[in-house]
Unconditional design. Structure first.
Length: 119
C-alpha cells in the first residue's frame, strides 16, 4: 500500500526541501502502530537540537498520533491496532502529514487532542 508522507519544516534551512515529500510501500494489513514506528525509525522526521521536538501525525481528516523526539514510541489518538488500509483514501493511498509543534509539551498536546476527539 502506498503511504504518501509530508512534514512541516523545522527551521529556515529546512525549507529548501519543503514539503518534504516521501512515499513508502507498506503492507495494507500492517497495524498502524507498526507503520508509524517504521516511518519514525527511518529518520524521516528532522531531529532537533536539544532532543525535544513534538509532532502531530494527521491523516484521513483526523489526528492519528503524537510523536515526540524524546519518547520511545508515539502515543496514539486512534486504535493503534487498526490496519493501515483503514486509513486509505478512496484511491487506496494513505496520506500522512507530520505537523511540527516545536518544543511544545507532547503530553499536554496528546491530552488536548484526546479531549477534543472525545467531544
Amino acid at each position: 500500500m502506498k503511504v504518501y508522507l509530508t512534514r512541516d519544516s523545522v527551521a529556515m534551512g529546512d525549507d529548501a526541501d519543503a514539503p518534504h515529500e516521501d512515499t513508502r510501500e507498506l503492507p495494507a494489513e500492517v497495524p498502524v502502530r507498526e507503520a508509524v514506528a517504521s516511518v519514525v525509525r527511518s529518520g524521516y522526521l528532522a531531529p532537533i537540537a536539544g532532543g525535544r521536538a513534538s509532532w502531530v501525525l494527521t491523516g484521513a481528516g483526523a489526528s492519528i498520533a503524537v510523536v515526540a523526539q524524546q519518547w520511545e514510541e508515539p502515543r496514539f489518538l486512534i486504535s493503534e491496532g487498526s490496519s493501515l488500509a483503514s486509513l486509505a483514501t478512496g484511491d487506496g493511498v494513505v496520506e500522512w502529514h507530520f505537523r511540527y509543534l516545536a518544543q511544545q509539551d507532547p503530553v499536554a498536546v496528546h491530552e488536548e487532542l484526546r479531549a477534543a476527539q472525545a467531544t
